[in-house]
Design a protein around this ligand. Structure first.
Ligand code: GLN
Length: 251
């Protein structure tokens, strides 16, 4: 009898430990988003970010998607070029990075419904004679490696140099080492308001409209459907418009 109760006690203890270690399956599962926190106002590092040190429109959207799905949104910060590879390797659940939907990217991942419209613009010095994309001919343009801005300038056939970060491109321009920077519209606005003596040149005939969406690994249809529902809700109830106003007007 004594022996039986002792083994019962051990079994109960083991069961308790298993339940505690696995969280009984009830612990909120994390939802790991990859981003490149070098793209204000969509993702940047801040002292008190929405998720840890990460802040921006995309980070706030990621947090809300996590809440809708009953999962804790986490951010993994990596180079823009590595994001889709990490997604395909299963290191991430999704990528939210102001990422433009392109046919080339669609070959390796699936995209959610889009949540933001953007376009490429040209940042120049206030006294620049560049008035359209055609004026980039014979000039040196700085772009970020792997961004759609690089593809655009490459397709136009003009000289360019690529850098790892948008801030590096802007410093090249400020220091007179290049004539222009081609980058996404909202990010360009941010750089122009942060750096004196710069202005934006738009050219809708040279740069097509782009749409930002969240990337999910091919085959992960359940997650894609959940993310789509969450984005559609945030688009229709004005959450995304409010976030965009908040972060675009923030100093
Ligand atoms: N929208 C651009 C692209 O997809 C830039 C994105 C980014 O820098 N985060 O290439």
């Amino acid at each position: 009898m004594k022996k039986v109760s002792k083994s019962l006690l051990i079994m109960a203890l083991c069961a308790f430990m298993i339940v505690s270690f696995t969280g009984c399956g009830k612990k909120s599962e994390s939802l790991k988003f990859g981003t490149n926190a070098e793209f204000p106002p969509f993702e940047f590092i801040a002292a008190n970010g929405v998720i840890g040190e990460y802040d921006g429109i995309d980070i706030a959207i990621a947090k809300k998607i996590g809440e809708d799905l009953g999962r804790t949104a986490e951010i993994e910060n990596m180079e823009f070029d590595s994001l889709l590879i990490a997604l395909q390797n299963g290191q991430l659940d999704a990528v939210i990075a102001g990422m433009t939907v392109t046919d080339e990217r669609k070959e390796s991942v699936n995209f959610s419904v889009s949540y933001y419209n953007a376009t490429q613009v040209i940042i120049v010095k206030e006294d620049s004679d560049i008035k359209s994309a055609a004026d980039l001919d014979g000039k040196l343009t700085a772009v970020v490696q792997g961004y759609t801005g690089e593809t655009c300038v490459n397709d136009l056939g003009y000289n360019y140099e690529s850098f790892k970060k948008g801030t590096e491109c802007v410093m090249e321009l400020v220091n007179g080492k290049c004539d222009a920077v081609v980058i996404d519209s909202a990010t360009a606005q941010k750089y122009v308001s942060d750096n004196k003596g710069l202005k934006i040149v738009e050219d809708s005939s040279a740069f097509e409209g782009e749409e930002y969406a969240i990337a999910v690994a091919k085959g992960n249809d359940e997650l894609l459907e959940q993310i789509n529902k969450s984005i559609e809700k945030m688009l229709s109830d004005g959450t995304i418009a409010t976030l965009s106003d908040k972060y675009c007007s923030a100093e």
